[in-house]
Design a protein. Structure first.
Length: 190
């Protein structure tokens, strides 16, 4: 009924309406902590995501490892080419690693390479970074699709219906497991 939400946000809005000291209502802000229990509504979804992450753990770790290696490699190469041209922009390998992470995430940085090879490498790295950052998302989405398909398959197995084709007219006849199935091998003579 959203009463908990109303009590949690009331201390913010009441001083706008009522013009006297309402500091004692700040205690109601503690109700915000109780909103955490509302996450129980989404526990099936959270459990599904948790199962997918556990199943796809090796793929996710491999993609994170690949991203980390690429970031370190590009940072070392850019540092090698750009340090001489811009000692203030790329002063050490740690600052260059930070630059590589922000470039891979396609966030604009204050420092840009000025050498030709540095610009080409940065362009390739930024384009490649978009795909590599999306790789874990694709792995999780694929795992979610597979897991949902498996759940539907399990539900269908529990329901387990049998379909029989009528030998006389060719129509589909649907039977459940608890129904006796009569199969005629020859047409019934009247």
């Amino acid at each position: 009924m959203a009463v908990l939400d109303l009590l949690a946000i009331a201390p913010f809005y009441l001083p706008l309406i009522l013009h006297f000291d309402l500091r004692f209502l700040r205690v109601l802000r503690l109700f915000r902590l109780l909103r955490v229990f509302k996450l129980n509504r989404y526990s099936d979804s959270l459990n599904l995501i948790g199962r997918v992450i556990r199943k796809e753990k090796s793929k996710l770790l491999m993609s994170v490892f690949l991203i980390a290696v690429l970031i370190m490699l590009v940072a070392a190469v850019i540092y090698f080419f750009e340090n001489a041209a811009q000692p203030d922009g790329f002063p050490n390998l740690i600052e260059t690693l930070l630059w590589a992470v922000t470039t891979m995430a396609t966030i604009d940085t204050d420092v840009h390479p000025i050498t030709g090879l540095g610009r080409v490498l940065t362009s390739l790295f930024a384009i490649l970074g978009v795909g590599l950052v999306a790789l874990p998302s694709g792995i999780i989405c694929s795992g979610l699709i597979n897991e949902i398909g498996e759940e539907e398959h399990r539900a269908a197995e529990e329901k387990r219906e049998e379909v029989v084709i009528c030998p006389h007219c060719g129509e589909l006849i649907k039977f459940c497991d608890n129904t006796a199935i009569l199969r005629a091998t020859e047409p019934v003579k009247a």
